[in-house]
Design a protein around this ligand. Structure first.
Ligand code: ADP
Ligand code: MG
Length: 575
């Protein structure tokens, strides 16, 4: 049962136990709330017997007892639901974020960021709300109503039948309609996600959309997506409303049938007025909890969908490995490596080459040839589908990704910056670095040149993903990070591509200081950058077609020769 709850509601073992306690506590609250009805019964009986004070002391004690019981059980319920579930959802968010940290990058190719944000914020919030406000209340209401029904059955079965005959029917309606509700809520959630996605995409790309004059078309499409989501929401709400209201209406019939049957039995003399009165009182109160929690039925039903989406993340296999590094030296060896991002296309078929420590190995080849992919496989951003990648003889798929990344300084084409100061953005390279060390790295990467013109210097905040900087400035910050980290392996993917010639020369000379004695994997389009490498690997059609020293390779009159000639013919041609 605990296991089942853990799975079904994505809670921890403690959370599952708390859910059970919460239901038990809820039952206690519901039953304790019926105690005053019993006391009232005694009072009416005494009044009818013309001795209203006969049981007074007992009644007083009963009142106090009922009050204490209600208070205690409510306190217990409060603890087991609200406190427990808020703690649970906090832990859940942390657990999801931890999990995301350990997932391979390939996962993020499949799920976009709006979707993941919705899971961590929206789905967990829905779970928190439902588990604290609805789950235990709903099940407690069903169980306590059933318990009351059974108890009253022994008291007077005819009247009990009259009071509870429709209980099974309305419970059946509620649970029977689950499938329909599920279908509707699923469609609704998906439509909402699509609009959330669309809005985020719009905000991120509005500049490009404007410049491409495509804003109108985009917004029209977004607007129709929002309409669809709205329609689906109305549909889902309407169907829930219908189901819940018919169940609630059925419950109300209880009062009518108790009045009818009770009146009849009273006339026949089978029951006395007090019993009749008491039953009327009970049926008017007994459905309160059930009625109240039926209103939340839709949310409770949709909960399984929220949980499914969380479990999708939790169930995804992680990239794991040893936390000890066993490499000797830092030679990177690709041995018959194959790789594909998805089933449709094989990006790397069979790539073998060695990038030696102390040398610069340049990857060249046509755009889309797999250069970036190779550099990412070298740092275990993905695991190869065939063959092995080793660093100093250590198979990198056997090493914990975070431990492994200590060995790398990476400057990629697409730089990620944080909405923080320039100082902190560079410090990402080595979080314990002092301000002086950060500035020294910044100077080497020519960051200093544009920072000194900024009014707040290194304390300037650069906007979301560095939106207030130019491409070249962003790239220089990324290079400064690499300088600061000063790791033994350096991956440079078009690191200087968005720099102008003057800055490129400056950064290039700084880079050559950085890369001394290190293993360097370099991707560049400019052949003059590549020509200074110690080794060149030409990637084409998923294979390492040619490799060797630049001058040797040039003499072979192959792909590299053609690429080099083409560029020198077109002067400073670059892509
Ligand atoms: P290069 O850097 O040589 O231009 P890439 O390694 O970026 O080449 O890309 C090689 C191929 O892999 C291309 O066909 C590209 O479309 C595909 N590709 C790159 N990244 C992804 C990704 N994240 N998901 C799916 N396909 C990708
Ligand atoms: Mg690339």
């Amino acid at each position: 049962m605990i296991q089942k709850l853990m799975r079904k509601y994505a809670v921890s073992e403690k959370g599952a136990k708390d859910l059970i306690y919460a239901v038990l506590a809820g039952i206690c609250v519901d039953l304790a709330l019926m105690l005053p009805v019993g006391l009232l019964y005694l009072l009416v009986e005494d009044m009818l017997a013309d001795a209203p004070f006969r049981h007074l002391p007992w009644m007083m004690i009963g009142c106090v007892l009922a009050l204490v019981l209600i208070g205690l059980s409510a306190l217990w319920q409060y603890n087991a639901t609200f406190f427990a579930m808020y703690r649970e959802s906090g832990n859940k968010r942390i657990a999801l974020a931890e999990k995301l940290r350990k997932l391979p990058l390939s996962f993020f190719g499949k799920r976009d960021s709006a979707d993941l944000t919705t899971v961590i914020l929206g789905d967990v919030a829905a779970l928190e709300h439902s588990l604290s406000h609805q789950f235990s209340q709903f099940y407690a209401a069903i169980f306590s109503t059933l318990l009351m029904a059974i108890g009253l059955f022994f008291f007077n079965w005819k009247l009990s039948l009259a009071a509870f005959w429709m209980l099974p029917i309305s419970v059946a309606i509620v649970f029977g309609s689950k499938q329909i509700q599920h279908r509707l809520s699923r469609a609704q959630i998906q439509a909402r996600l699509k609009t959330a996605d669309g809005i985020q995409e719009y905000l991120e790309t509005s500049k490009d959309l404007k410049s491409a004059n495509a804003e109108r078309t985009y917004l029209d499409r977004l607007s129709s997506d929002i309409d669809t989501a709205e329609n689906l929401s109305v549909k889902a709400e309407l169907s829930t409303g219908l189901i819940v209201n018919s169940a609630q209406m059925l419950l109300k019939f209880g009062i009518a049938t108790v009045a009818l049957v009770g009146g009849n039995l009273l006339l026949k003399g089978e029951i006395d007025v007090i019993t009749f009165f008491c039953f009327l009182l009970v049926v008017s109160r007994v459905y309160e909890p059930l009625n109240a929690s039926l209103i939340n039925l839709a949310a409770l039903n949709a909960l399984e969908l929220n949980v499914d989406r969380m479990n999708e993340i939790t169930d995804c296999p992680e990239q794991t490995g040893a936390e000890q590094l066993t490499n000797e030296g830092y030679d990177i060896v690709f041995d018959h490596v194959g790789f594909s991002y998805n089933a449709e296309e094989t990006v790397l078929k069979d790539v073998s080459f060695t990038a030696k420590q102390g040398e610069v190995t340049a990857l060249v080849g046509p755009s889309g040839g797999g250069k970036t992919t190779v550099s990412r496989l070298a740092a275990r951003f993905w695991d190869p589908t065939g063959g092995t990648v080793t660093v100093g003889g250590m198979d990198i798929t056997k090493v914990d990704p975070e431990t492994l990344l200590q060995l790398y300084s990476i400057v990629f084409q697409d730089v990620t910056l944080f909405d923080n100061t320039i100082m902190e953005n560079i410090r990402v390279g080595a979080k314990d670095a002092t301000d002086e060390e950060v500035i020294a790295a910044a100077k080497m990467a020519n960051v200093d040149e544009f920072v000194k013109d900024l009014p707040q210097g290194y304390q300037t905040v650069i906007g979301e993903n560095g939106s207030e900087l130019s491409g070249g400035e962003r790239q220089r910050i990324s290079i400064a990070r690499a300088f600061l980290k000063d790791a033994p392996i350096i991956l440079l993917d078009e690191a200087t591509a968005s720099l102008d010639a003057e800055n490129e020369t400056k950064v290039q000379s700084a880079l050559s200081a950085l890369i001394k004695n290190k293993t360097v994997l370099l991707i560049a389009h400019r052949m003059r950058t590549v020509a200074e490498a110690d080794k060149i690997v030409v990637l084409k059609d998923g294979k390492a077609e040619e490799q060797g020293r630049p001058e040797e390779l040039y003499r072979q009159n192959g792909i590299y020769t053609r690429m080099a000639d083409l560029q020198s013919a077109s002067g400073t041609w670059n892509v």
